[in-house]
Design a protein around this ligand. Structure first.
Ligand code: ZN
Length: 52
């Protein structure tokens, strides 16, 4: 599984690179949801993985 907290650190809106990679993860048992808020422009990003 790709780990977005280490591979996707650049904000697509403002270009800010979050070196800390402050992704949070949660799961409901069927999906894993990665969530990130840009510290520069507050843009929300989410990546959702389905668990097969
Ligand atoms: Zn941003």
């Amino acid at each position: 599984m790709r780990r977005y907290e280490t591979t996707d650190t650049k904000c697509p809106k403002c270009g800010y690179v979050d070196e800390e990679g402050n992704w949070t993860t949660r799961t409901d048992g069927r999906r894993i949801v990665y969530h990130h808020v840009c510290p520069s422009c507050d843009a929300d990003r989410e990546h959702i993985f389905r668990l097969e």
